[in-house]
Structure formats: C-alpha cells, structure tokens
Design a protein around this ligand. Structure first.
Ligand SMILES: [Zn+2]
Ligand SMILES: [Zn+2]
Length: 173
C-alpha cells in the first residue's frame, strides 16, 4: 500500500490528512527505521516547528487505530517506549540485539508459512502477527566473549593474590 493509498483509505474514513499528520506519516514511512514517539516528535519539529507533542501522540494513536502503523515494543529493549512503522512493508520479523539495541528485519517465506500453519492448526483467522526475536548480534557476541574472558582473568588474578596474602600471613605467625 503506497503512501497515497494510505491517504485514500484515511479519506474514506473521513479522516483528513492534515499537513502535520502527513509529516508524521512520511517520517514513519521514509526513515524505514523504528522510531519512538519522542524521536518522531524531534524529527517532525525540524519540518514544522509548530508541531507539538500532543499532536504527535494523538496522530500516532489515530494511525494505529486505523491500522496504518504498527506499534512495536521491540522486546522492551529501550524500556517502556513504543516504536512505530508503517504497515506498508511486507510482513517481517524483528530481530533485536539485547545488548546494543540493533534491530534487523527478517523478511521471508517462512513467516507466511508459519501464519498458514497457525491458521489451519487452530482454524484461526489471523489479523495481525508480530514476530520478535531477541539475542546478541555477532558483534556483541564477540564483545561478550571478551568480557567473560576478562572477568575470568580478573577472578584468577584475585584468587592468586588471595592465596599469596594468606601464605604471607601464615608465614608471619
Ligand atoms: Zn549487538
Ligand atoms: Zn520493522
């Protein structure tokens, strides 16, 4: 669904796409990132200094209710805030690094297959599906491995120091 058809479907519902709403919709659509309300507000302000937080929150609520944007929590990596993306994209899973917060998008046929399997298994009609996977990206895996090593070295060094000081004490007595 391209942006103008979003506008069309809003118009059908009697929702007027004001300039400020359009700015937000475009930001969510064009950045291709997963932005939270505060970041969206900051970006929107660059385009229209008159825009305020209330408008941003209200617009996001409206776009969400209209099924035009998805609200994600991305495994609450960043706390309680929510992130937004348009429903224009093909269904995808979010792969979130729980260490650095990097978010990857996985597109692919397995997701459609899973959806079909769930539908036939439960006789269920899926209206929306959200797939989130949390873990460590390859960069963070190597950083973590190094951290574990450092902690181990430190523990070994402390252990040795403790043994030596105990020995020194027993020699003194
Ligand atoms: Zn990472
Ligand atoms: Zn996404």
């Amino acid at each position: 669904m391209p942006l103008d058809s979003i506008e069309g479907s809003l118009k059908e519902r009697g929702v007027r796409l004001t300039r400020q709403r359009q700015i937000l919709l475009e930001l969510i659509d064009k950045t291709g990132e997963h932005l939270d309300a505060e970041r969206l507000f900051q970006l929107a302000k660059e385009k229209d200094p008159k825009i305020n937080r209330v408008t941003v929150y209200r617009t996001l609520k409206m776009l969400k209710a209209g099924g035009l944007v998805d609200e994600l929590d991305l495994m609450h990596y960043g706390g309680d805030q929510h992130y937004y993306e348009t429903r224009l994209k093909q269904e995808h899973a979010h792969v979130i690094c729980l260490r650095c917060g990097k978010v990857e998008e996985f597109f692919g046929e397995p997701l459609q297959r899973l959806r079909k399997q769930i539908e036939s298994h439960f006789g269920f009609q899926i209206l929306l599906a959200r797939t989130e996977v949390g873990g460590y990206c390859s960069h963070c895996q190597s950083l973590r491995a190094r951290e574990v090593e450092e902690v181990r070295d430190l523990a070994a060094a402390n252990g040795k120091a403790a043994v030596e000081s105990k020995r020194a004490r027993s020699r003194r007595s």
